[in-house]
Design a protein around this ligand. Structure first.
Ligand SMILES: Cc1cc2nc3c(=O)[nH]c(=O)nc-3n(C[C@H](O)[C@H](O)[C@H](O)COP(=O)(O)O)c2cc1C
Length: 205
């Protein structure tokens, strides 16, 4: 008993905290927005990083960019920004050709996203795949909506050259922010900044 008491007195408080309690970060607004993406050749990651930088520049608290293939959980966030490329041209479903294809149908249906705001971004090639530009972004939009999320961040199709896109969910409106690193890479950073300001205005954060 005497030994136990002596040990208690000499173990510094910080050590007790480290060994005696799980390392828990207090929940603050820093955890408010999660940014998730997938990629085959890195373009969606580039655009996701532009978004993360824009969020920082706009004073928005958000997590770093996370590959959906490595994500343990998305539902601990108040709001989500999710992005995908399109590789499965013309497919009815599983259009991204990345980890989203499995996640959207195996994981998402078990989550309750009601009350969470979700904004979608896509990365595609509007010249080479003009009839299917950013189709996978439209699929993310539909699946997150079906899971009960509130989708925000629609943008105008002005300035794009595509013919058809499943991401164009209303005439002249994309379901979120579309990027094109193949043809308009110099627009991506500005598009990310403008979109983040729009999301702020829509009360996403
Ligand atoms: C085989 C192949 C199929 C593609 N299909 C489409 C498509 O249907 N729609 C589209 O917008 N882009 C399509 N792309 C272009 C890619 O989506 C685009 O290069 C994108 O930036 C890749 O993003 P990632 O590097 O994040 O994977 C395709 C590219 C290749 C090589």
């Amino acid at each position: 008993m005497k030994l136990a008491l002596t040990l208690c007195l000499i173990v510094p408080a910080a050590s007790w905290h480290m060994v005696g309690r799980p390392a828990m970060r207090p929940r603050t607004s820093l955890d408010a927005t999660g940014v998730f993406y997938s990629t085959m050749t890195g373009n969606t990651e580039t655009c996701g990083n532009h978004i993360v930088e824009a969020l920082k520049g706009a004073g928005v608290d958000a997590s770093d960019l996370t590959d959906i293939g490595d994500a343990d959980s998305v539902d601990s966030f108040d709001s989500l920004i999710v992005g995908a490329p399109t590789w499965h041209t013309g497919a009815d479903s599983e259009r991204s050709g990345t980890a989203w294809d499995e996640w959207l149908y195996d994981t998402l249906p078990s989550l309750d996203l009601s009350g969470k705001k979700v904004a979608v971004f896509g990365c595609g090639d509007q010249e080479g795949y003009a009839d299917n530009y950013c189709d996978a972004a439209g699929e993310l939009f539909d699946q997150f909506k079906a899971a009960g999320a509130t989708l925000v961040g629609m943008t105008s199709t002005d300035g794009y050259n595509h013919v058809e896109s499943k991401a164009e969910v209303e005439s002249g409106k994309f379901c979120g922010q579309m990027f094109d690193e193949d043809n308009q890479y110099d627009e991506s950073e500005g598009r990310a900044k403008a979109w983040v300001e729009q999301l702020k205005g829509e009360g996403m954060f």
